[in-house]
Every structure is written in C-alpha cells, then in structure tokens.
Design a protein around this ligand. Sequence first.
Ligand code: P70
Length: 438
Amino acid sequence: MTTVAQRKKALQQAGYNTFLLKSEDVYIDLLTDSGTSAMSDRQWAGMMLGDEAYAGSANFYHLEQVVRDIYGYKHMIPTHQGRGAENILSKVLIKKGDIIPGNMYFTTTRLHQELAGGRFEDIIINEAHDPENEFPFKGNVNLEKLEALIKKHGAKKIPYVSIATSVNMAGGQPISMKNLKDVRALTNKYGIRIIHDMTRVAENAYFIQQREKGYDKKSIASIVKEICSYTDGATMSAKKDALVNIGGFLAVNDWDVFEEARNMVVIYEGLHTYGGLAGRDMEAMAIGIGESVNDDHIKARIGQVIYLGEKMIEYEIPIVKPIGGHGIFVDAKKFLPHIPQDAFPAQTLAAEVYLDSGIRTMERGIVSAGRKANGENYYPKLELVRFTIPRRVYTQAHMDVIAESTQRVFEKRDRIKGMEMVYEPKYLRFFQAKFRKL
Ligand code: P70
C-alpha cells in the first residue's frame, strides 16, 4: 500500500499514464487480464516437464494435439504472444489495398493489418457502440454492412473477415452462435475466409451457454469447439483464456497458408516448433487450454466480474452493459461529461482512480484508438476505462475495495479536470504516451 503523496509523485513521474507506473507502486492491478492470471498447480508441474530441445520439443507436439482436440484447428504454429501471430497472419494473407472487415477493431490487430497494406472496416452492430444498450450479443456482425462491403470492393479485395469472440474494445461482449453461423454462410457464398481472434473464446462460450437458445445444457468445451468449426483459422493470445504468463499461436486449416506461415515464423519468432517460447511455456499453455474450458472455472471467473459490475451499478457508476467477460468498463464520457474527448476523459479517470487507492486500470478511448494512416485522430464512440480482472488472483474483498474507491472518485467528479498529451509515440501510443493536467 502507498500513501496519497506517494501516488501523486508516481503519477507525475509516469506522465499520468498507468502503463508507465511501476508495479511496486500498485495496490490492486487491473491494468489487464493478459499474462496476469495465476497458473494452477498442474500448470506449474508441467513447467518442470519442459523439453528444451531446439527442434521438435515434446511440449510442441502436446500443444499441437491439444489445439486439435479442443479447438479443432488442423495446423498450429506457436508464437511469443498474440501479436506475433497477427504479424505473421497479416503478412501472409494481406496485400496492399485489401480491406479487412471485423467486429470492432483491436489495437494490435488493426495495426498489423495496416502495416501489411490493408485497411480495417468496422462491421459490428450499432448496439456495440452504445454503452447503455443491453442487447445480449453486442459482439454480433451486422450482415448488411458486411455484404455491402463485399459488393463495394469485391471478394478478391477481402482476404478474410476478422471475427473476435468476446469483443475486447466493446467491453468483452460476445458474438452469438447464430450470428457466427450467418457470417459463415455469407462468407461461403463469396469464398472468403474467416479468421478468428480466439483470445477469449471460452468466455464468449459462457455467454452463449447462459443466453442463447439451445445451448444451456451444452458444455463450454463443446461450445468452444463449435465456434471454432465455423472459422478457417485463428490468432490466439494464450495470456488470457489459456492462463499462461506468456505465449500464443496461429492456427489454420488451410495447408498452403500454414506452409507460408511456417516459413515466415522463422524470421520473426523462432523455429516453427517453438515460435519464441520455451518448451516449458508450451507445456503450461497446453495444460491451461484444458483448464480454460472447465465449466466451473469459467462460471467462477465471470461470476467475479459480474459481482464487481453489480456493485458499481448499485453505486450508480456508469458502466458498459451488459457486464462483459473480462472486466468492467466504466463509461468515462458519462462519468466526466464536462471533459471533452480531446482532453482525454478516460485517461484522466484512470489516473484519478489510481490516485484514490492505488488501483491501476487502463484507458480504452481516444488515446487507445490512435491516428489513421493520414494522421487524423480516430474519435471512437466508446471512451472507457477498463477494470480488468486477472483470473484466479483476487478475492471478493478486493472487488469491494475497487467499487468503493470508484465511488469515492465518482462523488468528486465535478472537480476533476482533463489533460493534454505532451509526448506521443508513433505506434500504439497508449503504451508510452505522456500527459499533463490542465
Ligand atoms: C489486453 C491485452 C491483447 C489482445 C487482445 C485481443 C482481443 C489480440 C491481443 C494481442 C494486451 C494489450 C494489447 C494491446 C493494448 C493493450 C493491452 N490484449 N487480440 O490487455 O495479444 O498482447 O498477446 O500480443 O485482447 O487486452 P498479445
């Protein structure tokens, strides 16, 4: 624990960017659920079975088998984390001038698409951009938007449709099985691939089980497998669902794409049987994937997120509804309505929450959205602060502390002023940007 004076100093030194705080100065760390979950006893035991051969490690073959058994994808290449897979996939599939439709952008995913010469187009339903709208599947694709894009640019210009499960930037919102099947039918009609960002697929499966007709008696494992079956390949950041501190992979069904990706991985990550990971990391991932589709685990994990969200609702704090899978997303536009988007309401709110109690959260608004290729700022409709919950780490008492701290900040919201950016890196600026209080 730190004092207010210590936190004030830490914030100033970090340029009011929670990414730049030292973890030692943080009391409850809700920056991300990425690589921050606790590994199980079984995963740690697996770490002791690391086969650290340069080529053909036994742990690689175990992981490959698990990806086939649990997700159903035929070919898998390990990568150091999700963006490693995004880089290789984008380089293999995207040509200059291509269009990549997707159910809302994700920062690293869109940047890799752009760096490969493509352009991302948002095809998520409009409800996803409205924090108040309680539609149960705000990760759904608007099929008319998708078909209009295909007709406008032609199927040849669209290498794949990018479908995320548990749409991160929308607030961890799920896509329904019905919608995914419809996207499959439409893309089949035009001969277009679907690439799945499966980072939080098990959490999406939980919402399908809870909310979609015909799925209440199905296991998370079977729902996960069905989701994957409607897609042609996937990028995975195993640091989330799969409960490891580091790791990811690219999976595809198509042999030609696999062959090219397998060649590409040796340039950027490492040999195709380790992709930047130690054997022990691949073993922990293989075991973590199995644990991630356990019904009791997912129910407890999302149950904790819902517990926090309901507390916040009770305190009348404006949050994205319905409550999502991996965290609570506070609506900074509503929380600080007097601060214009150019003065960074979400960045400001994240700093204020840290100052109050040492809780670290993450901006997911205009700073995260960054600039277009032509240099103009993106102005996202959603200006959010994400309170992300690591898996198997915190207790219910921590959730109470988080809600109470946010309430204290809410009570003094009228006195909070915005900020200006004083340092802006070229790529993914949110990680390292610095700010000054107005
Ligand atoms: C987060 C993390 C990573 C992520 C993701 C989805 C849906 C791909 C990735 C990339 C970490 C993060 C990344 C960028 C900005 C802020 C935070 N999300 N797809 O905290 O995977 O990080 O392993 O390269 O959520 O949400 P990786």
